[in-house]
Design a protein around this ligand. Structure first.
Ligand code: UD1
Length: 379
């Protein structure tokens, strides 16, 4: 049995890691890991491979950055000969980035069985590039592995046959639970002077921002930074800055919103992009997360840390129904008011959604193996 997993961008790496580990334990299973090269910076890619214990990719397509159409097409062009030559039984894709979409189309056109992990999530917001990637990937997939109940409902509504849909839990949470102890020893709290000699850290919040709708418009980005710097008068807000956001902050001249100097002890503090373990440690001890990321909504729910999502919608409603997440959009006044309330403890306490128990990859591989047995006739 031959599997090829295709990954490309930061949030793919923690989703594929438990699958790679699980497939590694299956006798007779061969697995190739293909990296599209969508993310190529050390801090967005190689450091994640190290932190997650992922092997070096077997093949790197080195596609780099470009427009959505260019990047998707270029990955397809470079992946096609790899799939033709290696003839996998199944192509595995995770999440909703451009690399996911490109690999899905390439596999489907070659009539190779396609499995999508994190299928069925929908924001119902067509202005999100990821929403297009998810819908196309799902319609092409033979096996759809779903992380939360809403995903099953969405796929049923879209007419995906029942026998292709499997509610298995969340592979990202597999990685989180598997690395939480290691993350606690990452040393980032001491490096930032937030904790000394293993003592409990001083209170702080964490901000992440990278979504085009929040960072590409100077008015929206300026409003968010102004609001967060107001929150940062009450406790330091640590902001690991994505390269795209860093570029926008420089272009729009928004450096004045940030604290001077190297200390993380006051104000809005810009940090380099952090590795997986460092960021997990920072989240785990934070009083509050402010974010426009999809994955962080799930990770904070699993950790029980309050999360304010700077978007008007979420494709991950389980984080609101069960977890600690609240949608606050990007309106500055609403953001400051919600942050103040959350810091006073007026926020959902939350619990882990069903099946977010660290066993999702085990369930997925079991189903894949059942389906691939020559006599099963399925798929
Ligand atoms: C991508 C995903 C998004 C995911 C995010 C996590 C899509 C459509 N978007 O967004 O879903 O949440 O990754 O980070 O796939 N760049 C670098 N170094 C890199 C890679 C990119 O500096 O290693 C810069 C380039 O200027 C590039 C820009 O970031 O043009 C955007 O990169 P891209 O991969 O296109 O999208 P992200 O915004 O990272």
């Amino acid at each position: 049995m031959k599997f090829i997993s295709v990954v490309g961008a930061r949030p793919n790496f923690m989703k594929v890691a438990p699958l790679v580990a699980e497939l590694g334990g299956v006798a007779g299973a061969e697995h190739l890991l293909v990296h599209s090269g969508q993310h190529y910076d050390e801090q967005l890619s190689a450091s994640f491979f190290r932190d997650l214990g992922l092997p070096e990719p077997d093949i790197n397509l080195q596609v780099g950055s470009g427009s959505h159409a260019w990047q998707t097409a270029e990955i397809m062009k470079r992946l096609e000969p790899v799939l033709v030559e290696s003839k996998p039984d199944v192509v595995l894709v995770v999440g909703d980035v451009n690399s996911t979409l490109a690999a899905a189309i390439t596999a489907a056109k070659l009539r190779i069985r396609l499995a999508h992990v994190e299928a069925g999530l929908r924001s119902f917001d067509p202005s999100m590039p990821e929403e297009i990637n998810r819908k196309v990937t799902d319609v092409l997939s033979d096996l759809l592995f779903v992380s939360e109940e809403s995903g099953v409902e969405n796929l049923r509504r879209e007419g995906i046959p029942e026998e292709k849909i499997f509610l298995v839990g969340n592979v990202m949470i597999d990685s989180l639970l598997g690395h939480r102890d290691l993350a606690a020893r990452s040393g980032i709290l001491e490096e930032l002077n937030l904790a000394r000699d293993g003592s409990a850290p001083d209170p702080y919040a964490v901000l992440t921002l990278h979504r085009p709708s929040n960072v590409d418009d100077p008015h929206v980005l300026g409003g968010i930074l102004k609001a967060v710097s107001t929150v940062a008068r009450e406790l330091p807000v640590l902001f690991p800055v994505h390269p795209r956001t860093r570029e926008r902050i420089e272009t729009f001249g928004y450096g004045h919103y940030f604290s001077d100097g190297q200390t993380a002890r006051a104000g809005l503090v810009a940090l380099r992009s952090l590795g997986y373990l460092e960021f997990l440690c920072l989240m785990d001890h934070a009083r509050l997360l402010l974010t426009d990321s999809g994955g962080i909504q799930e990770e904070t729910t699993a950790l029980g840390v309050p999360c304010l999502t700077l978007r008007e919608n979420t494709e991950r409603p389980a984080t609101i129904r069960h977890g600690t997440n609240q949608l606050v959009g990007s309106d500055p006044e609403r953001l400051v008011a919600a942050a103040r309330k959350a810091l006073q403890g007026d926020c959902p306490k939350g619990r882990r959604p069903p099946l977010w128990d660290g066993q999702a990859a085990t369930r997925i591989v079991k189903i894949l193996l059942q389906r691939l047995r020559p006599c099963s006739g399925a798929l």
